[in-house]
Every structure is written in C-alpha cells, then in structure tokens.
Design a protein around this ligand. Structure first.
Ligand code: C5P
Length: 219
C-alpha cells in the first residue's frame, strides 16, 4: 500500500468528457473516456486523501472510497466543482470540458428536413480559468491536450488560467491522450520548472502528478 502522504487532504478531480444536448436523444461530445482522471482519483485515495471526483458520463468503475458526483454538461460540471472548491487543497482538472454548447436544447427530437441544418453554439464557461481567478490556497493542476506546439500552448494556458501545474500531452500520438491506457507528458510548473516523462500507464502518471502536488503542498 502507498505512503499516505495525502492524508487529511481534500483532493478534487474532474474526469471524462461533457455532453452538450441538442435534443432529448442527441448531444455534442468528445473522445475523453475519463481514464486519466479516474486514475488520479484512485491514486489520491490510495495516498490517504479524501477524494471528490466530478465525472462526465462513462462506464469506468468508481474507485473504492472515492466520492463521485456524476454530471453531464459543462454547466453541471461547473456547479459541482464550485460547490467542492472551497474545501479542496488541490484540484486536478483532467476533464475534457466542451468549449461550446448548442444555444437551444430542443424539447422534442429534431426531425430530418430538406437541406442543411444550422446549429448555433454558445461559449461554455472556462471552469479552470474561473478557479484560477477565485483561488485562495488551492493548488490548481490543468491539462493541455494539443496536436501541435504542445509546450508553447501549455505554457500560455498555465499563465492565462493562473495554474500551479499543467500536464501537457500530445494527443496526436496513438499511445497518449484520449482513451489510451498510457500517456506521455511534460509537466510545466508555475516557477518555470519543466519535467519530461517517458511513456507510462495513466495510473503511474497519476502518482507522478500527485508527487508534484505533495511537494507543492509542503512548500
Ligand atoms: O484551454 P483548454 O480547454 O485546452 O484547457 C484545458 C484545461 O482547462 C483542462 O484542464 C480542462 O479541464 C480545463 N477546462 C475547463 N473548462 C472549460 C475548458 C477547459 O475547466 N470550459
């Protein structure tokens, strides 16, 4: 069993993708499965933390002892995250949150019609950015899934969202990012320190991320 170096800590984790409904049977979604966030939740729980996991739809088993709040949309995720935020010592935001949602949610199934259908999308709130503006003592860890200029974009997000760490992964690789069991990342810290990690399982990577969190909580 793991060293209980997160005993007495509240860790808030988000996982999975959000679904943005168009009508009662359809939604806009993304390829996130929740594996990375669930792995972080399991690792934090094993290290003695009280873990709140805010998760999008999915079939992954909730790790034993983890307090899981199920949500569907980005707006629901925002509500759940804000409710748990004050009590959190660290937030690890692994969820793939939709940047846009359909402006209207039709009450009935949208019927086929002649010609094309126009959908209007409106912006969702950026939850992590809001936490960055609101934070007092909380450590904030974000993820950056990119297909190009990975480190430049990650550094930009870290600054723009006022994060302590950002986990940058290149999702154009087959063995990293969405739905893979492994991941290959670079972790950038606020102070400029940057650590490159080899390909490893998401569960192992979860412990590497938490090592950074534990070190920062101790400072
Ligand atoms: O800017 P981008 O969406 O790539 O940022 C990625 C990070 O921001 C992830 O940690 C993700 O969980 C978080 N995020 C969020 N709310 C959004 C979009 C992204 O919390 N609406």
């Amino acid at each position: 069993s793991a060293v209980k170096d997160l005993a007495g800590r509240n860790i808030l984790v988000t996982a999975g993708g959000t679904r943005e409904p168009l009508d009662p049977v359809r939604y806009l979604g993304n390829r996130s499965t929740g594996k990375m966030g669930f792995a972080v939740a399991a690792a934090a729980q094993a290290r003695g933390a009280h873990v709140t996991l805010v998760a999008g739809p999915g079939s992954l088993p909730v790790p034993e002892g983890v307090d899981c709040i199920r949500v569907e949309t980005a707006l629901e995720m925002r509500e759940a995250v804000l409710r748990a935020f004050d009590a959190a010592d660290a937030v690890i935001k692994a969820a793939a949150v939709a940047d846009y949602r359909p402006k209207e949610r039709a009450g009935q199934k949208i019927k086929k019609q002649e010609g094309s259908l126009m959908l209007e999308l409106v912006r969702n709130p950026d939850i992590l950015k809001e936490l960055g503006e609101k934070k007092t003592h909380q450590l904030l860890v974000g993820f950056a899934a990119e297909t190009e200029h990975v480190l430049d974009y990650a550094r930009g997000k870290l600054e723009k969202k006022n994060l302590d760490f950002i986990v940058a992964n290149d999702v154009s690789r087959k063995d990293a990012g969405f739905s893979a069991d492994t991941n290959c990342v670079t972790i950038l810290a606020r102070d400029g320190v940057c650590t490159e990690h080899p390909l490893m399982s998401k569960r192992q990577l979860a412990d590497v991320i938490l090592d950074h969190v534990v070190a920062a909580l101790g400072r």
